[in-house]
Every structure is written in C-alpha cells, then in structure tokens.
Design a protein around this ligand. Structure first.
Ligand code: SIN
Ligand code: CO
Length: 403
C-alpha cells in the first residue's frame, strides 16, 4: 500500500485537458480533405493553450542520458548541431538556437496528454511527440519530413513557411542536418499559442522563432515496405521459421540450363508468398512489430511485486494509466488471433489471456487512462487481476488518481 501511495505522489501535478477544435471541420472532413494530401493551418486548434511543460523542466529532460535531444544553432550563417545529453546551456546566448527533444511523451506525463486529442487516428500510426524550445531566430532549418505532423504552437510566437510538394533539392547543411533548398511558400503564417499546423509527408517547411517559444509536434509515421520486410525477416530468423527448401520433385529435363523458367520463377515467388499468406505467422509479426517501442521507455518496474488481492482492491479506488510511449494493440476481425481469442500485443510481445477478459484488454489498449468504474466488472476476475499484477510489476501501467 505504501508503495502505491508514494508512486501516486509523483503524479499530482496540475492536470491540463487538451480539446482539439478543428475550426468547424469534422474529423472526417479533415481526413478526407487534408490527411496525407495537403497542409492546413488550424487557428486556435487548442483554445487557451498552456504549455504542458515549463521550458526549464524541458531543458532538464535533455540532460538525461536516455533522452534523444539535439541543439541546433546558426552562427555566422553556419548551421551547427550537437546531440544530448547536455550539461549546460549557458554558452548559447540569446538568439538563433533551438533545443529539440524526441519522444517527449516517454519522459513527461503532462506532455503526453497532448497526444490524446489525436486518438481519432489509430495509435499504431503514431510515432512520437517531438518538442522544441527556441530562442528568437532559432529553428531546425528548412526540411522535409517523411511523416504526417501536427505542429502545435506553445508559448511564444513562430513564423512558419510551408512549400508545395514536388521536386526539392535536399542539401546537407551539417552532418546531422538534412535541409532543403529555398522554396516558395503556400502557407506563410505567424503561429501563436494554440495554433496548429498540419503538414503531410513531403511538404518542405521551416519554423523560425520570433520570441522564446515552445512547439509540440505530434508525428505519425507509416512503415515503409522495406522496414516491414526486414523486420519480418528478423522475425522469421528469431522464430526459426521459413527454412523450408523449395521442392521440385516433378522436374522435367531442360534444353536450356541457363534459363529460369516462368514456372520456376513463379515457384520461387510462391515460396515467399506462402510466408506472407500464413496469417498466424504474419499477424504475430505485425502485432510485435507495431508494438515495439519507437524510443526508449522510462520504465520503473515496481520495487516489490504486487499481490493479487491488493490489486483487486486498488482497482476499485484508483485509475490505471499506461506508461508514456508504451504501445499496446489488438486485432479484431477475421485474422488469425483476435482479441476475442485472447491475444493482444504489448511492447513488442504477444500477450495471451482468458478470452472472457477481452473487453477489459480493449480498454487498456484503446485508452491512456482506465477509470475504476470502467473496470468494475473485471476487478474480481482472477484472470484480469493476475494480468494487471504483471503489467503493474513491469511498470507498463501505473496507478493514478481517479478524477
Ligand atoms: C521544430 O519544432 O522546430 C521542428 C518541427 C518540425 O519541423 O517538424
Ligand atoms: Co519538420
């Protein structure tokens, strides 16, 4: 009990709820008109926006070993970049630098809340929440991203320019900075706190701070076929699958020993196709692949294992919250292992459970926070409680206030 209470005290900060307003546009209209198609400015997408994190706390996070951070600066017309962890920022001056943190959602519980309004998009498409603090003149330079991003302006103002998709020459401005040559703007705006700029992949863009300012980018990155294929190959090797040799017991003599016949080519292709067609194997891979952590998790496994009856009692009082950056998904429909069959995927692993608790597992996968009342039907279910014990022990879920 003591352990639970001390864990709770770290999460007592003021909670800010972010409500996304697409300016009279429905989420479906946004998807039809803009998603993956063209950039759009959403003025005051977040009304009365308050930064989820203070600039000094943000700078402190970039001092931690496990955090991926970058300082980008322009000095005498030259781009400079260095990677964290950083020990000090004193040498940086009052202008022309920007501090960027990747996967801030893994390290700042309050910042992770900014992802929540974007749950109208499936979470498996989400990459991370990237954020930056920039001094006037600071920015990361003109560039093209290969992911969809919602750039949410925090405190302070920035000037943003977005160019059209097309042929743009990329230039190496610094060994760590791939920039794009000058482009004509199709959007040229000043963003203030709460304004959102949505930019699909392939559109060049550049933001320059007009004042000391914070910016939060919710990035959605789709997997390329090549990353899937290489991940699948690793999965097959790890599971000792796909070793069957091609069989050709019915072969006839050939007059052209140098030829690969259409038939042989089709057989070779089929051999590979068979692996993809095996939904048991491929789905297992996809579940593990999509739930693998994109960035290091800030895992804090419980010091002492939880007891079954203790968890059962606490589920009645406290909400449970998923660790920032933890990925948990399930399949529904006519694939090999549905959630209804008792299968889901958490942090790169297949997790099996009693099929009767599937509705509770869906809550864990669909929601960041699950409230005690939502778990009323499950808190005395021994299958659910023993799975919760494991997830709490691993630090994948933790107790939070039920507000
Ligand atoms: C930034 O926050 O400065 C960069 C965001 C982006 O261009 O994606
Ligand atoms: Co960008």
């Amino acid at each position: 009990m003591l352990q639970v209470c001390s864990a709770l005290t770290t999460f007592q900060k003021e909670k800010i709820m972010y409500t996304l307003d697409l300016n009279q546009m429905s989420q479906n209209e946004f998807l039809t008109k803009y998603w993956q198609k063209k950039p759009v400015l959403i003025r005051q997408g977040f009304k009365d926006f308050v930064d989820p994190i203070a600039a000094d706390e943000f700078a402190g996070i970039a001092m931690e070993e496990t955090v991926q951070s970058r300082l980008v600066a322009k000095k005498d017309g030259q781009w400079q970049a260095e990677f964290g962890p950083f020990e000090s920022y004193e040498h940086l001056g009052e202008r022309d630098w920007s501090l960027v943190i990747q996967a801030l959602d893994n390290f700042s519980e309050e910042s992770a809340e900014l992802i929540e309004p974007f749950r109208f998009l499936p979470h498996w498409r989400l990459d991370d929440l990237m954020a930056s603090f920039a001094m006037p003149g600071g920015g990361v330079g003109p560039h093209i991203d290969n992911y969809d991003t919602f750039i949410c302006q925090g405190s302070g103002k920035r000037h943003w320019r977005v160019g059209d998709k097309g042929q743009h020459n990329e230039v190496i401005a610094h060994e760590a900075l791939l920039h794009v040559e000058a482009f004509d703007a199709i959007i040229d705006v000043e963003l203030a706190a709460g304004d959102i700029l949505y930019i699909p992949p392939g559109f060049p863009h550049e933001g320059i701070a007009l004042e000391p300012s914070m910016s939060f980018s919710i990035g959605f990155r789709a997997n390329s076929a090549i990353s899937l294929l290489s991940g699948f190959a690793d999965h097959l090797i790890d599971n000792d699958l796909g070793n069957q040799l091609l069989t050709d017991a019915n072969r006839q003599t050939t007059q052209h020993s140098g030829e690969i016949t259409t038939n042989d080519y089709a057989n070779i292709k089929q051999q590979l196709q068979n692996l993809l067609d095996d939904d048991q194997v491929f789905e297992n891979f996809v579940g593990k692949f999509l739930t693998s952590a994109k960035h290091e998790l800030d895992l804090m496994p419980s010091e002492e294992p939880f007891a079954q009856d203790e968890v059962s009692e606490l589920l009645a009082i406290h909400a449970i919250k998923r660790l920032g950056g933890l990925r948990a998904f399930y399949f529904e429909g006519s694939v090999a292992d549905n959630v209804a069959d008792g299968v889901c995927y958490i942090n790169g692993e297949q997790v099996t459970f009693a099929p009767e608790i599937a509705p509770a597992i869906k809550l864990l996968c669909d929601q960041l926070v699950v409230m005690p009342e939502e778990l009323t039907p499950w808190r005395d279910n021994e299958h659910f409680v023993s799975l919760m014990v494991e997830l709490l022990d691993q630090g994948y879920w933790f107790w939070t206030e039920a507000e």
